[in-house]
Design a protein around this ligand. Structure first.
Ligand code: ASP
Length: 326
């Protein structure tokens, strides 16, 4: 199989918050207006997370704040704007983790929680558990006083058109969900969101939130709420958030594998991320990306797709946002 790989970005130093908005479409599939709108949301998310850090908040606060902005944007596949399952519903997954005591929380398959990342944080802070799914997670979120919405809140025209195209293709016997490189590949089909942060005390945190994959089976859970797959943080190495074809990320334990390579092989965050994404994931036939921030403030991205919506902000407040391979 021929798999096209992309070079990773140059590492950035002195970063306090890095984010991704998932795999981007091919450049020609993104209109100038969409391009501008995505850049604006990513910039807003960076500023919101940085504001938390500037106010003395923790890396967890920064991750949660940045992800909430992206969840509330209909442009990205998390919270409002999530993709549809094969039976036309939105089922959301999210997780958050800190790298000092390795506390973590996650929710999966939720349908009425406006900000799944905040529910994941509540699982971490206010329950003895790590991962709650479905109705149990929703009852817990309600008891915690989180924002509960009608499932229709998550509906967007663009996502609805996507699932209809998929149903139409299936009716005509064309089979399963479009692969990342299909001509039909649009940003809405991927665009999971994530964040990694480092606070004044050097504590790392990571979080990821998603609607999953268009046309996924109901009840299917991807890598985003699975610690060690889509999200991981370890102050001794790095904070990681991933996006891509979740089944591969779960099987390769991508985010933990990056941390493990740093700790046990002694390689840099960039070398570890590239080994896992460019070599292991690519060899397995999986598509996707990881963002990673190490304890020294070095931020790297690695992806084997055409583009990745991503951004980072330094301690001094310099924000960078990129959508493609430039
Ligand atoms: N990783 C997510 C999932 O498989 C989807 C994505 O990142 O695009 O659920």
């Amino acid at each position: 199989m021929t798999v096209q790989t992309r070079a990773a970005d140059q590492p950035m130093d002195d970063v306090v918050l890095g984010i991704h908005g998932g795999i981007s479409p091919r450049r020609q599939d993104l209109s100038p207006e969409e391009d501008q709108a995505v850049r604006a949301v990513l910039t807003e998310a960076l500023r919101a997370g940085k504001a938390k850090l500037d106010a003395g908040g923790s890396s967890l606060d920064a991750v949660e704040a940045a992800i909430r902005i992206m969840e509330d944007s209909p442009l990205l596949n998390a919270g409002k704007g999530a993709v549809f399952t094969c039976d036309g519903r939105n089922e959301l997954d999210a997780s958050i983790m800190e790298g000092t005591a390795k506390r973590a929380g996650a929710v999966a398959g939720v349908t009425v929680i406006r900000n799944p990342i905040t529910a994941a944080r509540a699982v971490m802070d206010k329950s003895p558990h790590v991962l709650l799914v479905g109705r149990g997670a929703e009852i817990f979120a309600t008891q915690q006083g989180l924002d509960i919405v009608d499932p229709a809140y998550f509906w967007t025209e663009a996502r609805w058109r996507e699932i209809q195209r998929l149903w139409e293709a299936e009716k005509q016997g064309q089979g399963a969900a479009p692969a990342p490189d299909d001509a039909d590949h649009k940003p809405q089909e991927y665009s999971t969101v994530g964040a990694v942060a480092r606070d004044a005390e050097g504590r790392l945190a990571a979080g990821t939130s998603t609607g999953g994959r268009t046309g996924k089976a109901f009840g299917r859970i991807g890598d985003s709420p699975i610690l060690g797959a889509g999200t991981y943080a370890d102050d001794a190495a790095a904070a990681i958030s991933c996006t891509g074809h979740g089944e591969y990320f779960i099987r390769l334990a991508v985010s933990h594998e990056i941390v493990a390579q740093m700790k046990y092989r002694g390689v840099s965050v960039g070398a570890a991320a590239d080994d896992v994404i460019q070599r292991q994931l690519t060899a397995a036939g999986g598509k996707g990306a990881a963002i990673a921030l190490d304890r020294a403030g070095r931020f790297v991205t690695s992806y084997n797709t055409e583009g990745l919506f991503r951004g980072a902000i330094t301690k001094s407040g310099e924000a960078t946002v990129r959508l493609f391979g430039d």
